[in-house]
Ligand binder design. Structure first.
Ligand code: NDP
Ligand code: PHD
Length: 344
């Protein structure tokens, strides 16, 4: 039987991606959509300024938008996806958790909280057991799981593959698409014929979230990975797809061929939205490119290329679709993991 799901912040850019990804989902059935007070009570098709590249599903267009309040969401919802602004999510997500809902959230609040699993199903599925710690400490009946920031999720699978050679230090420079800032984030006058060498808060997120994702959980506490991570984040005029140049210092010798094989062979996971192969490695040094490669694996595959030796390890480029693998797709995959592991 299908699991009933809802979306908090369903009218926004990420909320619309959720709707797109949940259309025809094999196990999840969309049963509730919420947004701000100004959208509540309206027909979804009237409240949302639909901007996703597939038509709005007819049944969703006819749904009534609810208030983002546990009292306004049906009790029989099995799982809520959250794509609220993080300041709003920080206030309302705890209310849903206290009310017993399970929430798979894309918002950045609480990602680094010691009792909140920050999960990429292929990388650290075992961290989901932090939910037990979370329930003990917070007294919640529900459960909160987060997916990482879109730039972090682009790089971390490649670092996980490298860790068999002893990941020591990482320097990463990003070239991030405008969709990451949302529709109103960067004006066309700011970004056309330009690049902006700063994205507020992004560097600190990459530096901390990556160490949590690669960390170890002993059943009681999560220890961060001890690698040093330094990030420099830049906005460029691509629409979707974050491209990143990574320099990784390794404790053990590894040739570019060893690194390519480790990335190619990194295991995937058997979940409906997961790509068959997690990391595609290009032989062509001109790839990956945002426009050509962001849709690989329905937007869920990570691409890498240009792997070369350095004095201390390797350098390479990697890419992922920032609003699919980096946002809504990541939350849906976490939801699928919650279902697979029996949390919902
Ligand atoms: N844009 C992107 O590509 C990415 C975004 N993110 C993160 O995802 C989250 C959502 O981003 P995005 O979709 O771009 O944001 P949007 O501004 O496009 O959408 C925000 C959503 O939250 C709702 N909302 C706003 N304020 C309130 C409130 N006070 N109470 C209830 N609902 C409210 C909005 O409803 P209404 O329409 O009624 O205003 C809308 O549905 C953010 O945390 C963002 O940082 C992460 C990765 C990528
Ligand atoms: N900051 C990211 C998108 C984003 O909203 O990230 P987060 O999920 O950490 O809030 C970008 O600009 O591309």
């Amino acid at each position: 039987m299908a699991l009933q799901v809802g979306i908090l912040g369903a009218t926004g850019a990420v909320g619309q991606r959720f709707i797109q990804l949940l259309e025809d989902h094999p196990t999840f059935e969309l049963a509730a959509v919420t947004a701000s007070e100004s959208s509540a009570g309206k027909r979804y098709g009237d409240a949302a300024k639909w901007r996703v590249n597939t038509p709005i599903p007819n049944d969703v267009a006819e749904m009534e938008v609810g208030r983002t309040d546990p009292a306004d969401v049906p009790d029989d919802i099995d799982l809520l996806f959250s794509s609220l602004p993080s300041s709003v999510a920080a206030e309302v997500e705890p209310e849903f958790l206290e009310a017993g809902y399970v929430v798979s959230s894309n918002s950045s609040n609480d990602r680094m909280a010691p009792d909140v699993p920050l999960t990429i199903p292929e990388i650290n599925p075992g961290h989901l057991d932090l939910i037990e710690v979370q329930r003990d400490e917070r007294g919640w009946d529900g459960a909160l799981v987060k997916n990482p920031n879109c730039s972090t999720i682009t790089m971390v699978p490649t670092l996980a593959a490298l860790d068999q050679f002893g990941l020591d230090r990482v320097h990463v420079t990003t070239l991030q698409a405008v969709s990451g800032a949302g529709y109103d984030g960067v004006t066309s006058m700011e970004i056309i014929d330009n690049a902006i060498p700063h994205i507020g808060g992004e560097e600190a997120k990459m530096e901390s979230e990556s160490r949590k994702l690669l960390g170890t959980f002993d059943g009681a506490e999560l220890a961060l990975h001890d690698a040093e991570v330094n990030a420099s984040c830049n906005r460029i005029p691509t629409l979707d797809g974050h491209l990143e140049s990574v320099f990784a210092d390794l404790k053990e010798d590894a040739s570019p061929e060893d690194v390519a094989a480790a990335m190619r062979d990194y295991p995937g996971i058997d979940l409906p939205s997961a790509p068959e192969q997690l990391i595609h490695v290009f032989e062509d040094d001109f790839r990956p490119q945002p426009r050509l490669d962001r849709e690989r694996g329905d937007g869920m595959q990570i691409s890498a290329g240009g792997i070369q030796a350095t004095d201390r390890g390797v350098k390479y480029n990697c890419l992922a679709h920032n609003t699919i693998r980096g946002a809504a797709g990541a939350s849906v995959l976490n939801g699928e993991l919650l279902a697979e592991e029996g949390w919902i």
